[in-house]
Design a protein around this ligand. Structure first.
Ligand SMILES: [Zn+2]
Ligand SMILES: [Zn+2]
Length: 414
C-alpha cells in the first residue's frame, strides 16, 4: 500500500558526495571483510561483541537521539545523557542536532515529498537509504524549534566533535577490544563494520518498511505502521503507528507491546536517573483505538462524526467577547478555523513546545490593538503551515473549543 502525496516535489537537490562515498564504502568493506573472515572462522566472543555493540548503538539511537532529544519524551541526568550520546554516536548517523532536526521535520510533515526528509511517499528505497545520498535544503527547517538542542552542553559538545567521537566509538573501539582479545581484524570487520550495517538498516527500516507494511491500531491519517518483527530489531521503535503520539516516552503503551526502550526508561526512572516521563492519557489512546475500530466497521465515517460532535451546541463570540474572556489573568486563546480555542494549559503539553504558540496566541494582559496581526495566522500555522496535524491533534483541539468565532467585528477592532 502506498502513502498519499501532498505537495509538489522541488527540483533535485545536489548529491552529498562525502556521505554517499562513506556509506557505500562501509558496505563494500563490510562485505569483503565478511567474505574473507566468514562466521565459521570467528571465535564466540566476536559474535557476543557484535550483538552487544549493535544493541548499544541501537539503544543510543532510540533512547537518546529519538525519544530524549528529538521528542523530549523524558528528561535525563547528565551521566545518562553522556552515555546515550556516546552510544548513539557509534551508530554513525550524524550528530544529535543534525538527526533530531530532520526527525522533527519528519514528524511535522510526515509523507510530504518535500519537507519530510525520508518521506515514504517517495518510495521504499528513497525512505530507506535513498535520502542519504542527497543534500536538500528544507524550506520548512527554519520553523523547527532547536533552542533546547542548542542549550544542552552534551549536544553542543557532540556536534562540535562529532567525527572523532563517532569514529572512535564505532570503529576504533571494536578494533581495540579485538586487539586486547587477540583478533583485531575479526573484531574490526564484524563488531566494527558489520555492526554499522546492522544498526543503519535497523534504524532505517523504521523510516521505510514501518511506513509501508504493518498494523495501524491508532491512526491511519499518515503512513506509519508497526509490527512485532520491526519492534524486535529496533529496540521497540518498530511499533511505529504510535507516531500519532511522538512526545510519549513509549512506542508501545501496553504491557504486552515489545518495547525494551520503554522498559529501560522506566528502570532509569526508578533509579532517579530519568524523570518527567511524558505520556498521553489512557483516554486518548482508547479514543484513538476506538476511532480506528469504528472506521473499520463503517468505512469513512470517523472525521465527519468528530467534526459535528462539538459544533452543534457551541455559542458564537465576537472579538469583544474574546477580549473579555482574556481579562482573567493567565488565559490564552487561539482563533483557528473561526473557532476560539483555549490554549492556556494546553500550550505546555504541546509536543512542539510552547514557544511555537506565542506569535499566534491572544493572551490576557496584552491589549489587542497593540498586538501584531500574527494571531490571525493561527489557522495557517495549524493547518499545515507549521505542521500537518494528525486526526489525534484535531481531536485534541476540539476538546479545547470555547466558542465559534464571529470575524465580522474583528476587522474594526484590530
Ligand atoms: Zn516515522
Ligand atoms: Zn519520532
Amino acid at each position: 500500500m502506498s502513502p498519499s502525496t501532498s505537495s509538489s516535489s522541488s527540483s533535485r537537490p545536489p548529491i552529498w558526495w562525502s556521505n554517499a562515498i562513506f556509506f557505500v564504502s562501509v558496505h563494500v568493506a563490510a562485505l569483503i571483510g565478511a567474505i574473507l573472515r566468514p562466521p565459521s572462522t570467528l571465535p564466540l566472543w566476536i559474535f557476543v561483541l557484535t550483538l552487544l555493540l549493535w544493541q548499544t548503538a541501537n539503544f543510543g539511537i532510540t533512547l537518546g537521539y529519538h525519544r530524549l532529544y528529538s521528542h523530549r519524551a523524558y528528561k535525563a541526568s547528565l551521566p545518562v545523557r553522556v552515555a546515550f550520546t556516546l552510544m548513539g554516536s557509534s551508530a554513525l548517523q550524524g550528530s544529535i542536532k543534525w538527526w533530531a532536526l530532520r526527525h522533527r521535520l519528519h514528524h511535522r510533515y510526515t509523507d510530504d515529498p518535500v519537507n519530510d526528509p525520508y518521506s515514504a511517499s517517495r518510495g521504499l528505497f528513497f525512505s530507506h537509504v535513498g535520502w542519504i545520498f542527497f543534500k536538500p535544503s528544507y524550506e520548512k527547517m527554519k520553523l523547527i524549534d532547536r533552542a533546547d538542542l542548542d542549550r544542552d552542553p552534551v549536544v553542543r559538545f557532540q556536534h562540535r566533535y562529532y567525527v572523532p567521537l563517532a569514529l572512535s566509538t564505532s570503529l576504533v573501539l571494536p578494533a581495540a577490544i579485538g586487539w586486547a582479545m587477540g583478533d583485531t581484524i575479526g573484531a574490526f570487520i564484524w563488531s566494527g563494520l558489520v555492526v554499522r550495517l546492522l544498526v543503519w538498516h535497523s534504524t532505517f527500516l523504521v523510516n521505510s518498511f514501518a511506513h509501508w507494511e504493518g498494523k495501524q491500531p491508532y491512526a491511519d491519517d499518515m503512513s506509519a505502521r508497526g509490527n512485532f518483527l520491526f519492534a524486535l530489531v529496533t529496540a521497540g521503535e518498530g511499533n511505529h503507528n504510535f507516531h500519532a503520539f511522538p512526545h510519549d516516552f513509549r512506542a508501545g503503551p501496553f504491557a504486552d507491546d515489545f518495547d525494551p526502550s520503554k522498559w529501560v526508561i522506566l528502570f532509569l526512572h526508578k533509579l532517579g536517573l530519568a524523570y518527567n516521563l511524558r505520556k498521553v492519557s489512557d483516554k486518548e489512546i482508547h479514543w484513538a483505538k476506538l476511532s480506528m475500530h469504528k472506521k473499520h466497521e463503517h468505512e469513512n465515517d470517523s472525521s465527519s462524526d468528530l467534526d459535528s460532535e462539538t459544533e452543534s451546541e457551541t455559542e458564537t463570540w465576537t472579538i469583544q467577547e474574546v477580549q473579555s474572556y482574556l481579562e482573567h489573568p493567565g488565559r490564552a486563546v487561539m482563533i483557528i478555523d473561526n473557532l476560539v480555542v483555549d490554549v492556556s494549559v494546553y500550550q505546555r503539553e504541546h509536543p512542539g513546545g510552547a514557544a511555537l504558540f506565542t506569535p499566534y496566541t491572544l493572551r490576557s494582559g496584552v491589549v489587542l490593538q497593540d498586538k501584531s496581526d500574527e494571531w490571525k495566522n493561527a489557522s495557517w500555522a495549524f493547518n499545515g503551515g507549521y505542521n500537518r496535524h494528525s486526526t489525534m491533534a484535531r481531536r485534541r483541539l476540539r476538546q479545547l473549543i470555547l466558542a465559534r468565532f464571529d470575524p465580522t467585528d474583528e476587522i474594526r477592532v484590530s
